[in-house]
Design a protein around this ligand. Structure first.
Ligand code: GDP
Ligand code: IMO
Ligand code: MG
Length: 429
């Protein structure tokens, strides 16, 4: 039985998923996003160009690959059309190889306002949301009054839109929030809403499908399907560092609900992780480095958000967290990225275990960070460039030792190694 392969993040997002999906895409007929929305920022670099995708799958620049936005994904019509315009401006025609689930939910302009209101109300406990309306839209989805893309094709759509908008506005007004003057991406609410509706008209020209049938029939016909995750395991609404998480299942289970693929149709699970850790937004981060080493990783790794431009928090690799993510996702193959960022560090550390109440444990926890101590192992750096290295054997021996330690301690093969942002700076191991 043909199965869906999965590429997803094992940390707090931004592991380099987009780059890896783009690099592996030629092995597949279909690339499908299964959750998240424009909170994601997936960076692809090839042929001297750099592209950042938010809602559109990272296989879009391969003309012969069908890209699918699955039912689990959220779409903001305004952001989506900006993305389409960017792709078109670079000479690609996405309507030829992009299909969208009719069950994908719509992020309304008032969902974006709601995100800002809720974050504001949280004060210092704020999540650090990307403010793309993700939480409020998934909330309306599970509360069963959300609007789906398929609804926009029905004659009563405008009425249903106005009803939901009015519900949101009643909440803003009860909180005394001046929503009319709240800017969204530098636009007034009315301007944003106008662009949103114009975008929706454009989206309707795309192929809007029952993606669960499309994918299952493609599998039955022997096609190769790749599911592309957004965010990362430690941002999963169930298994992440709750409440500092996103509102979807970013894990392998999310592929089943976000595409309509049965669990026994999950094939390889490629878990992507950086050779160190980063996190953007608030929430616990056990191995975070609030010192010049963390600053150096941020500088060398250019660790600034692809969606919001915010500086990412940086720290060492966290083995309990990595093993937790491997367990939750059933990772079959590891993918390490950004190993080149560590080229010039004389000492590299890995948190091998946590010490909780004086007891050493390999279990990941962020419950009471003040009570957790970390047990670090130190590795010698390799102090050399990794340019042009395309096999494991050619890696400096200290880099090999670092990766071998990770393989041994996760009991999982590192199958793909990424040594730079370019599509070509990738090799199989
Ligand atoms: P995603 O959200 O998981 O797709 O990752 P992002 O695109 O948000 O962030 C990853 C960043 O690292 C992007 O700027 C990529 O171009 C870059 N990148 C990916 N892989 C590598 C790598 O192996 N080395 C270096 N130096 N940069 C990489
Ligand atoms: P990609 O796909 C990194 C973080 C936000 C915030 C929390 C909740 O590029 O890896 P949300 O907007 O979902 O309500 O934000 O999750 N976050 C991400 N961090 N990469 C992402 O996506 C993220 N998407 C959301 O910073 O802490
Ligand atoms: Mg990203």
């Amino acid at each position: 039985m043909k199965k869906v392969d999965v590429i997803l993040g094992l940390q707090w997002g931004d592991e380099g998923k987009g780059k890896i999906v783009d690099a592996l895409a030629p092995n597949y007929n279909i690339v499908a996003r299964f959750q998240g929305g424009p909170n994601a920022g997936h960076t692809l670099e090839f042929d001297g160009h750099k592209y950042v995708l938010h809602t559109i799958p990272s296989g879009i620049f391969h003309k012969h690959i069908t890209n699918i936005i699955g039912n689990g994904v959220l779409i903001d019509a305004q952001i989506f059309m900006k993305e389409i315009a960017m792709i078109r401006a670079n000479g690609y025609e996405p309507s030829k190889n992009l299909k969208i689930s009719q069950k994908a939910h719509l992020i309304l302009p008032t969902h974006r306002v709601m995100d800002a209101v809720l974050e504001h109300l949280k004060g210092s406990a704020k999540i650090g949301s990307t403010l793309k309306g993700i939480g409020p839209t998934y909330t309306d989805k599970t509360a069963r009054h959300g609007l789906r893309l398929g609804d926009s094709l029905e004659p009563d759509f405008k009425t249903r839109y106005e009803t939901l908008k009015a519900t949101h506005i009643r909440q803003f007004e009860s909180l005394g929030f001046d929503w009319k003057n709240h800017k969204i991406e530098q636009l007034s609410f009315d301007e944003y809403e106008q662009k949103w509706f114009a975008g929706l008209e454009e989206i309707k020209k795309f192929d809007i499908i029952s993606s669960e049938y499309f994918i299952n029939q493609a599998l039955d016909a022997g096609k190769n399907v790749l599911a592309e995750g957004a965010q990362g395991t430690l941002l999963d609404v169930d298994f992440g560092s709750y409440p500092f998480v996103t509102s979807s299942n970013t894990t392998t289970a999310g592929v089943c609900t976000g595409l309509g693929v049965a669990p026994n149709r999950i094939g390889k699970v490629y878990g992507v992780f950086k050779a160190y850790c980063t996190r953007v937004g608030s929430g616990p981060f056990p191995t975070e480095l609030n010192d010049e080493v963390g600053e150096e990783i941020r500088k060398v790794g250019r660790e600034f958000g692809a969606t919001t431009g915010r500086p990412r928090r940086c720290g060492w690799l966290d083995m309990p967290a990595l093993n937790y993510a491997i367990m939750i996702n059933g990772v079959t193959d590891l993918v390490v990225t950004k190993i080149d960022v560590l080229n010039d560090f004389s000492e590299i550390k890995i948190a091998e275990s946590y010490i909780v109440n004086g007891q050493k444990t390999a279990e990941f926890s962020t419950a009471d960070l003040e009570d957790i101590k970390l047990d670090y192992l130190s590795f010698d750096g390799w102090n050399q460039s990794l340019a042009d290295i395309d096999t494991f054997e050619k890696l400096p021996s200290n880099a090999q030792k670092y990766l071998e330690f990770i393989e041994k301690n996760t009991n999982t093969k590192i199958s793909i190694i990424s040594t730079g942002p370019n599509r070509l700076e990738t090799f199989f191991n």
